[in-house]
Design a protein around this ligand. Structure first.
Ligand code: UD1
Length: 357
């Protein structure tokens, strides 16, 4: 059996790594790893491959930046001949980035079987590009691996036949569990024992400059009481430069470059609270038992609200301030185990794939 994995953006790498590893235990499986090049900076891509112990991609489409449409179209154009020539038995796609949906389209046109890892998540917010990517990818998939019961329900509701759906758990947590013992605080931050960790990169947050300025003003305010660590995504860095923000020169608000996996994991583990608009971080903080305030109106990962440590603060700066005060004052709760977020999701995927006729 030949399996082609398609990855492209930072959050894909932590999801694909355990699946590649689990499939390596089956001698009859040939694997090809393809990187679309959606994320191309060394700090957004290369370092993750190294820390996750992933092999060099066999193929790199090197698409680079562009508008979402350009990027998706370019991936499709460059991927089609590869899939057409190799005709793998399965193409595996991960998460909800542009590379995921582009590969799904190509497979459906070429009638190559497609499996989606992290299927079924829904925010019900179609203004979010990832929601469209998720809806389309799931409709085009022949096999859907879900992380939680809500995802199964969403797929059933959209008419996807139950025999295509397998609830396997959370592959991103597989990686977290494996690498947590190696998590390492960046040297220059090792003296800090109390800090708030921040990541913001969604267009809805960072492309709206008045709102971005408001959030930064709130972070400056927090930094009077505690250190604030803010690794800045390339998109956000551009916007901060445009926004003429009030945060530079504030010694307790640390604007950092994007961090490698092991360093960011150590900061998540040790943070008093994480403020984010990322999807994966809502899950990682829930697993770690670290309070998470999500600067979004909705989440495609509702299990992190009901079983985890996540709270939505929406686009409401007074909510953010109020929730921050609350978490900083409260004792931390013990994390609750979420079913199947146990470090073995990728093994389940490998077992299912290799047992297929
Ligand atoms: C993408 C995903 C998002 C995920 C995020 C993680 C989509 C629709 N979005 O968003 O779901 O949470 O990755 O980071 O696929 N850039 C660089 N260097 C890089 C990568 C990006 O400078 O290595 C800059 C470019 O100017 C680019 C912009 O960041 O245009 C946005 O990158 P893009 O891949 O389009 O989306 P992300 O915002 O990273």
């Amino acid at each position: 059996m030949h399996i082609l994995h398609v990855v492209g953006a930072r959050p894909n790498f932590m999801k694909a790594a355990p699946v590649l590893h689990a499939l390596r235990q089956y001698p009859g499986i040939r694997q090809t790893l393809l990187h679309t090049g959606q994320h191309y900076d060394a700090g957004m891509s290369e370092v993750f491959f190294r820390q996750l112990g992933m092999p060099e991609p066999d193929i790199n489409l090197a698409v680079g930046s562009g508008s979402p449409t350009q990027q998706t179209a370019e991936i499709m154009l460059r991927l089609e001949p590869v899939v057409g020539e190799q005709r793998p038995d399965w193409v595996l796609v991960y998460g909800d980035v542009n590379s995921t949906v582009a590969a799904a389209f190509v497979c459906s046109k070429l009638r190559v079987p497609l499996a989606h890892v992290e299927a079924g998540l829904r925010s019900r917010d179609r203004s979010m590009p990832e929601e469209i990517n998720r809806l389309i990818t799931d409709q085009l998939s022949d096999l859907l691996f879900t992380p939680s019961p809500d995802a199964d329900d969403n797929l059933a509701h959209e008419g996807i036949s139950p025999e295509k759906i397998y609830r396997v758990g959370n592959v991103m947590i597989d990686t977290l569990i494996r690498l947590l013992p190696q998590a390492q605080t960046p040297m220059d931050l090792s003296g800090l024992d109390r800090f708030v960790l921040v990541t913001l990169h969604r267009p809805a947050n960072v492309d709206d400059l008045p709102w971005l300025r408001e959030m930064l003003a709130a972070l400056v305010e927090v930094s009077h009481d505690t250190e604030v660590l803010f690794p800045v995504h390339p998109r956000t860095a551009k916007r901060l430069a445009e926004a003429n923000t009030p945060c530079t020169g504030n010694p307790r608000l640390h604007l950092l470059p994007p961090l490698p996996y092991l360093e960011f994991l150590a900061l998540q583990r040790d943070a008093q609270v994480v403020i984010t608009d990322s999807g994966g971080i809502q899950e990682e903080t829930s697993y770690l038992g670290v309070p998470c305030l999500t600067v979004r109106e909705n989440t495609e990962r509702p299990i992190t609200l009901t079983e985890g440590t996540n709270r939505l603060v929406g686009r409401d700066i007074s909510q953010l301030r109020q929730q921050l005060r609350r978490v900083l004052a409260e004792p931390r709760e013990k994390p609750r185990a979420i079913p199947l977020w146990d470090g073995h999701a990728a093994e389940r995927i490998a077992k299912i794939l290799t047992a297929l006729p």
